[in-house]
Write a protein that binds this ligand. Structure first.
Ligand SMILES: C[S@@+](CC[C@H](N)C(=O)[O-])C[C@H]1O[C@@H](n2cnc3c(N)ncnc32)[C@H](O)[C@@H]1O
Length: 255
């Protein structure tokens, strides 16, 4: 099938079809990074928080009990419906949803004390633009906490990682490396800190079914697994059941 439309419509099409899978996904609903993100933010309870690329809202729901208000922003409308379901089921009345693009955030300057983003940034084709927007909507001294899969400095491992990700999800852009994030944070006016490096294990069948990856692409991913040199197999933690990707919680304070 030949896809029509640009990258953003590819992300919206892809997540629009599978939004409900993300509400129930254990990888998204749980995860050792979530409590660490909350702790890294050091909230007092009176803050306004923006969750940028909120998906089904698991990150927004983790921050909501610790903040005054959480705005959950995503440009896939059906994902925002999942956020409403989640917020209602947990009795979290301080979460609001907003349709919008992280590259053009629909809020005025200095609207937030904290911006968070989890497992969304690998879809951002212009991370520099997104970070400048995040900086703009943060008050001076406000904080950005990001959690995502991160790429490899080693080019062979990095190519395999992003090829596998793209075969699984045509709206994947890039798992940026920690070094790339460090540069992007600095360019947008943030300091930069690695809070927590971690790995997530992704069971192959769950991982591809969640995204409704076509069978032909599943076969191509398996072919890449088989062709991968030893150092790639080790770096991607490839086993019979799946693989484990390296991730990081990163933090920046706005100058
Ligand atoms: C995997 S989901 C996010 C998961 C969620 N943050 C969590 O913790 O469970 C990725 C989301 O990023 C959103 N997204 C990607 N690019 C975006 C952009 N430029 N602006 C707004 N949302 C975006 C997609 O629509 C999708 O809902």
């Amino acid at each position: 099938m030949v896809r029509e439309g640009n990258l953003k419509s590819a992300v919206q099409d892809q997540f629009g079809r599978v939004a409900a899978n993300y509400l129930t996904s254990a990888v998204h609903a749980q995860g050792e990074d979530l409590p660490i993100m909350v702790e890294a933010a050091g909230l007092r309870g009176d803050e306004r928080v923006l969750d940028a690329g909120c998906g089904a809202g698991h990150t927004a729901a983790s921050f909501a009990p610790h903040a005054a208000e959480v705005e959950a922003l995503d440009f896939t409308a059906t994902m925002l419906r999942q956020v409403e379901v989640l917020a209602e089921s947990r009795g979290l009345a301080n979460i609001s949803t907003r349709l919008g693009d992280v590259e053009k955030i629909p809020y005025t300057d200095s609207s937030f004390d904290l911006v968070v983003s989890r497992y969304s940034a690998h879809h951002w084709a212009r991370p520099g633009t997104a970070l400048r927007e995040i900086r703009r909507v943060l008050r001076p001294g406000g904080m950005f906490v990001l959690s995502d899969v991160v790429g490899f400095g080693d080019p062979v491992c990095d190519t395999y990682l992003n090829a596998i990700e793209l075969l699984r999800d045509p709206s994947h852009v890039r798992d940026y490396t920690v070094a790339e994030w460090s540069n992007q944070f600095a360019a947008a006016g943030f300091d930069f800190e690695i809070v927590f490096p971690y790995r997530i294990f992704l069971q192959f069948v769950e991982w591809t079914e969640r995204m409704e990856t076509p069978q032909a692409n599943c076969i191509a991913i398996q072919a890449l697994y088989d062709a991968a040199p030893k150092e790639v197999r080790e770096a991607l933690g490839i086993t019979e059941e799946g693989h484990s990707f390296q991730c990081a919680v990163l933090r920046g304070r706005a100058a």
